[in-house]
Design a protein around this ligand. Structure first.
Ligand code: 1PZ
Length: 189
């Protein structure tokens, strides 16, 4: 029905949103609102993966929420693009702290975006593996290897790494995964 299709994941939409993040070739910056919209689309996909991935999607929802809060704050113009945010947080000495003195400091934009961006690298590696049918065609192995070769795994505590090691077994087989991901494209054929 219409209501569910309007909220279901679209790889075409996600891809377009990520492409649209690039501002004018002259400015060469990454537009924050568009970047977060692209992540909203990715959250839809994560939500369709089932309960085993709730620990992943809830973390992403939180991080996207943190960055959206900055866009709504009195500093919002400093968060229009990734480049402006980093400049602003650097100038205000909000990043590169040795340790976070308080909970709110851990919520600064640059560190939040860095975590989302490391995760995108994981997604890129995973899609490459799916496309080339690597790792003996086993999606669990693709997920596991993509995770461990992505820049995010080494920053995760042992317990998160273990949880990911279990979650990858809940991934569907390759053709189901690809169908799920490319639903909006295959429907047109
Ligand atoms: C659908 C395939 C999923 C396979 C498993 C991929 C697992 C990725 C790792 C998930 C970890 C989630 C638990 C939360 C971890 C957080 O501690 C960290 C660091 O944040 P901090 O604690 O410092 O605030 N969060 C992250 O590193 C962000 C993780 C985002 C993962 C998004 C994956 C999106 C990929 C979609 C795949 C289809």
């Amino acid at each position: 029905d219409c209501s569910s299709s309007s909220t279901s994941f679209s790889v075409g939409k996600m891809s377009q949103l990520f492409q649209d993040c690039a501002t004018s070739p002259k400015a060469r910056e990454v537009d924050m609102d568009r970047y977060l919209s692209a992540w909203d689309e990715l959250i839809r996909f994560l939500n369709s993966m089932g309960k085993a991935f709730t620990f992943v999607s809830s973390d992403v929802v939180e991080k996207v929420g943190i960055l959206r809060e900055f866009r709504k704050s009195s500093n919002s113009e400093h968060y229009e693009t990734v480049e402006k945010m980093i400049k602003f947080e650097k100038e205000n000495n909000l990043i590169n702290r040795q340790q976070a003195p308080s909970k709110t400091v851990t919520a600064y934009g640059s560190r939040t975006l860095l975590r989302l961006h490391r995760a995108l690298k994981f997604l890129l590696i995973l899609i490459g593996k799916l496309a080339h049918n690597e790792d003996e065609g086993k999606v669990s192995l693709m997920g596991y290897n993509a995770y461990h070769s992505s820049p995010m795994s080494k920053y995760h505590p042992w317990i998160v790494q273990k949880a990911v090691g279990l979650a990858v077994y809940m991934l569907p087989d390759r053709s189901t995964f690809i169908k799920k991901m490319c639903q909006d494209l295959t429907e047109q054929q």
